[in-house]
Design a protein around this ligand. Structure first.
Ligand SMILES: [Zn+2]
Ligand SMILES: [Zn+2]
Length: 272
């Protein structure tokens, strides 16, 4: 069992390079057995850069039609599901709820890509002195707590997202210096039945590591966290499926027994 539960395809994700069919074929070729397609929905992000780059998504029927078409073309042993990655659904809860409750999605990742009224962490220039950036990370974690509390997602996507982009500028920080907030976040997650995601995208990027890092995964486990999905966050065929085996090894080494698949927003626990 190898499940990639975070990936993007064009034209649904404007920043993706390959079609859904190409992504499914590449995943199958690499031994992925369970594929959940999760395109960006940034209707709630509330900053001009998002509406320029990620026009509001409304074509539920078109997306479902293409998904059904692709699934029909793939061998039946590839378990394909349709999900989405919703940017900060709690910023505009009524819109977030509309997206989350659409019957076309079995799974929804909730991701804070930007603070309210600010640009995506992707675009920021990070200060040399991390202390100057610390308040933004605190705000980011508080937003993730609010996101988990909103119940408008199944898992929290790439916790510590900015680390991917900081690494490209030879910068970084230790997430465990925010342990109090992480504990609060995981407590809310566990109470609400919201899981977290182990995102492998950093392995093929300047970060050369997972998001979140092992210490954070260890804390989630210690607090009783059990719901976890793994995904590559691939935006091209070359990266789909890459790092899932390594993610499973890491989870096993930290004492995790299960990884989750999702059907109708309910986790299905599969033994690692
Ligand atoms: Zn994301
Ligand atoms: Zn993504």
């Amino acid at each position: 069992m190898l499940a990639d539960y975070h990936n993007h395809c064009k034209p649904w994700s404007p920043d993706a390079e390959d079609t859904m069919l190409a992504m499914a074929k590449a995943a199958y070729k690499k031994g992925i057995t369970h594929l959940c397609i999760t395109n960006h929905i940034e209707n709630c992000a509330q900053t001009p850069i998002f509406s320029d780059q990620f026009p509001p998504f409304h074509d539920y029927e078109g997306l479902k039609r293409e998904f059904d078409r692709v699934r029909a073309k793939m061998p039946p042993e590839l378990d394909m599901r349709l999900g989405c990655e919703i940017g900060s659904p709690h910023y505009v809860p009524e819109e977030g709820r509309k997206i989350y409750s659409s019957p076309i999605f079995d799974f929804a990742i909730g991701s804070v890509h930007n603070l309210r009224g600010k640009r995506d962490f992707y675009y920021l220039v990070y200060p040399d002195d991390f202390e100057k950036f610390r308040p933004e990370v605190e705000e980011y974690l508080d937003e993730n707590i609010a996101l988990a509390a909103s119940g408008l997602c199944d898992v929290i996507g790439h916790l510590g997202y900015m680390r991917r982009y900081m690494a490209r500028q030879n910068k970084g920080f230790d997430m465990m210096t925010f342990e109090d907030r992480l504990r609060e976040l995981f407590k809310v997650c566990i109470d609400r039945g919201v899981g977290i995601e182990l995102n492998a995208s950093g392995l093929t990027d300047a970060l050369h590591g997972f998001i979140p890092e092992p210490e954070v995964l260890k804390l989630y486990r210690e607090l009783g966290g059990e719901i976890i999905t793994c995904g590559t966050d691939a935006h091209e065929t070359g990266k789909i499926g890459v790092g899932i085996r390594e993610a499973y090894e890491l989870l096993r080494s930290l004492g995790y027994k299960y990884v989750c698949l999702y059907k109708n927003h309910k986790p299905e626990f599969v033994r690692l």
